[in-house]
Design a protein around this ligand. Structure first.
Ligand code: MN
Length: 708
């Protein structure tokens, strides 16, 4: 059993005294925190964090990482807060522990295989510091090593997750050693019979082919010596799970796959790598198209080797050639970047230098190969915070760009969901639709039948899909509304000539369309609705079908009558309520034609329209329909005595009168008085009168007026 003393001994090789002290202190702290807790196996809980730290010590990681490993379950399992850890061990270690705890919390939410890829990315994205992932991988490795005592179901669940998520992450980060062990442990737990079969088959095969393999090895070794290339040759075994996956994926038999002998040649310099390559090609013929030079073009995760395949007498021989240094990187991957290099300056303590090295390595890798782009794409740190991962309530993971909001999320699920969104919950709490989302949140979209996208959403959505859908909706909505408005205006005007559109001969309609350069009647109606054509003029052109159209235009100017329209609702893209005077049902109103955008509904008393009320080119008669169900905004100015609780009193009065407060704002005040501006929703003038009466009756209210 590993002990803290044995670990300390190991750390002496690459850490200095004070750093080892911190790791030891973390151990004793965790031991005390986990006091009385035991693992399934019956061992004291502290054996687990100690083992995790040991795994990381094998990768020669720094003291902060090791301390975090000791403490990694403290926040989660003992309820000690992060603050306490940062007080004891400093911010960096507390941050690492916190990061690991957060990853642990999102675990197990999703098990669908198709989600694995996204889950991997999310795991990486959530870890601000890559060392969080390293601690997590070591934690997972030790848990996999000690799966035995768990219930079968739990064992399988952890094993599936390991194969789907953690082994691929280890592979992606180039930590070959952990990757292979995770896969084989996962395979063993999932398919014990198959694992045993393949293990046995490999053992037998190795026995029966022993002489052939040794023959090839000796031949190559002899040649190396002859050419004076230093180094060693290792036989190479594929790990069990990769053999199994190849059998499964390619439908090939065990013997097919194992008909390949694999060797690794490790030499001292890059130069000798290429000399070795020449050597093996002179002994065996290379298989065309199988040669890969990852020394000149390293893989994204830093992996370097020369790969070649040779024709043996009956079998093919795969050879990897690399230096000791490359071999080391191949086994430890990203962890190699955190190693302590035994140089004068205490580099191990300098976080920034190492972080910078890591970043510059990344950038360098990006320059070196196309693959690197994919690597950076897949490995997200806070340096590359351009993607977030969000759960649906059912555990599906959606990938969104950073800054995305619940509306973007809704459109990412489905256009129909986006279009009918009315509200949302983030982690089960009601939240604003414009709130930027964070990785790992669960977002539930609340929809309502008949709900419509809002123009205001355009101000905060970030995804192209949401933008184009909202824009498309608004545009088609405007089109529909402007056509309807145009149709209604034209109908009214035709009535003046005792005609309806159906009365006009098709041929004459054609002529009118041509005269107005309109491609069709719908387009012409739209133009009328948008205020680009006068309904009365078009009506006249249509009504007099036996006279010249041009003549009608001049006559129209003389005998023009304003059409009059009913307004039957509050919201529209073409028939819109003016914000300046906020008219409500009951107010006398007038429509101001805005060329190209439709008709604004103003109160007749509004300063903007007072002077042009009778200008028939710019205004149309409007009246309110009966029984409008919508609510309308209205602005009030209320003078009140300055005292405690006065706002609450106003709010209560409005709500008792069935009004709805939209906005409340104290505009000015002195020692005695305040002026409060209110925007409230009412159904019409009668309703407003009721609300104002309630307010006026309050003892604190000294004055009240509606703003127009
Ligand atoms: Mn753990």
């Amino acid at each position: 059993m590993p002990t803290i003393d044995a670990l300390t001994e190991r750390l002496r090789h690459y850490l200095d005294g004070p750093q080892i002290q911190v790791v030891k202190r973390a151990f004793y702290y965790a031991e005390q925190a986990h006091e009385g807790q035991y693992r399934q196996s019956g061992e004291p809980y502290i054996t687990h964090p100690l083992a995790v730290a040991n795994v990381l010590a094998e990768l020669e990681l720094d003291f902060q990482c090791l301390s975090a490993a000791m403490l990694h379950d403290v926040i989660e399992d003992t309820g000690i807060p992060k603050d306490a850890l940062s007080h004891q061990f400093g911010e960096p270690i507390a941050e690492l522990v916190d990061g690991v705890s957060k990853l642990t919390q999102i675990e197990f939410k999703s098990k669908a295989e198709a989600q694995a890829e996204n889950f991997q990315k999310m795991t990486l994205a959530m870890a601000k510091d890559i060392r969080v992932i390293l601690v997590k991988l070591a934690d997972r490795l030790h848990n996999m090593r000690t799966l035995g005592p768990l219930r079968a179901e739990k064992r399988r669940r952890i094993a599936t997750e390991t194969l789907d998520i953690y082994a691929p992450i280890a592979n992606r980060l180039g930590i070959h050693r952990i990757y292979v062990e995770l896969e084989d442990l996962g395979f063993n737990a999932m398919f014990p019979m198959r694992a045993r079969y393949i293990k046995e088959a490999v053992r037998k095969l190795r026995g029966s082919h022993f002489e052939v393999i040794e023959g090839i090895k000796h031949k190559l070794e002899f040649k190396m010596k002859e050419m004076g290339i230093p180094g060693r040759i290792l036989g190479r075994e594929k790990h069990l799970y990769s053999i199994y996956q190849k059998m499964k994926a390619k439908g090939r038999s065990f013997h097919d796959i194992m008909d390949v002998y694999a060797f690794r040649i490790i030499t001292d310099t890059v130069d000798n790598c290429y000399r070795t390559l020449g050597m093996v090609h002179s002994v065996y013929k290379p298989v065309p198209g199988r040669f890969k030079d990852y020394v000149a073009l390293p893989k994204a995760n830093g992996y370097q080797s020369i790969h070649t395949t040779l024709f043996g007498s009956r079998v093919s021989i795969e050879v990897q050639i690399r230096t000791e240094e490359m071999d080391h990187v191949a086994n430890t991957g990203i962890a190699a970047h955190w190693e302590y290099k035994n140089q004068e300056a205490g580099i191990a303590t300098n976080q920034q230098i190492r972080a910078q090295k890591w970043v510059s390595d990344l950038l360098e890798m990006r320059e070196r190969s196309d693959d690197s782009l994919e690597f950076i794409e897949n490995v997200k740190f806070d340096l590359f915070p351009d993607e977030i991962y969000i759960f649906t309530p059912k555990g599906r993971i959606m990938e969104l760009p950073g800054g995305a909001t619940p509306v973007d999320f809704a459109y990412a699920i489905h256009t129909d969901i986006g279009n009918s969104t009315v509200a949302c919950r983030i982690n089960k709490n009601l939240a604003s639709l414009s709130e930027p989302l964070k990785s790992g949140q669960t977002v539930e979209i609340i929809t309502a039948p008949g709900a419509k996208p809002k123009a205001s959403w355009m101000q905060f959505v970030t995804t192209g899909k949401a933008k184009s859908n909202i824009r498309h909706y608004l545009k088609s909505q405007r089109q529909i509304e402007s056509r309807n408005l145009g149709k209604r205006l034209l109908k009214k005007c035709l009535q003046a000539f005792d005609k309806t559109l159906a009365d006009i001969p098709a041929k004459h309609v054609e002529k009118v369309l041509e005269h107005n350069q309109s491609p069709g009647i719908e387009a012409l109606l739209e133009e009328i609705g948008l205020g680009n054509r006068m309904a009365y003029i078009v009506a006249r052109q249509l009504a007099f079908d036996n006279e010249k159209i041009e003549e009608q235009d001049s006559k129209a100017n003389q005998d023009y009558k304003q059409p009059s329209l009913m307004v039957d609702g509050a919201n529209g893209e073409v028939l819109m309520l003016a914000h300046c005077c906020k008219p409500i049902p009951g107010d006398p109103i007038v429509g101001l034609i805005n060329r190209g955008s439709g008709v604004m509904i103003h109160s007749e008393a509004c300063n903007k329209v007072k002077s042009i009320l009778h200008d028939s080119d710019q205004c149309i008669h409007l009246s309110w329909a009966k029984n409008i169900a919508d609510e309308f905004s209205v602005a009030l100015r209320v003078g009140v005595v300055r005292q405690r609780g006065v706002i609450a009193e106003l709010a209560r009065a409005v709500s008792v009168a069935d009004g709805n407060i939209e906005k409340i704002h104290v505009e000015e005040q002195n020692a005695r008085m305040s002026v409060v501006s209110l925007i409230i929703k009412v159904q019409g003038r009668n309703h407003l009168a009721k609300v104002m009466k309630r307010l006026r009756n309050l003892r604190v209210v000294t004055s009240i007026s509606r703003l127009k």
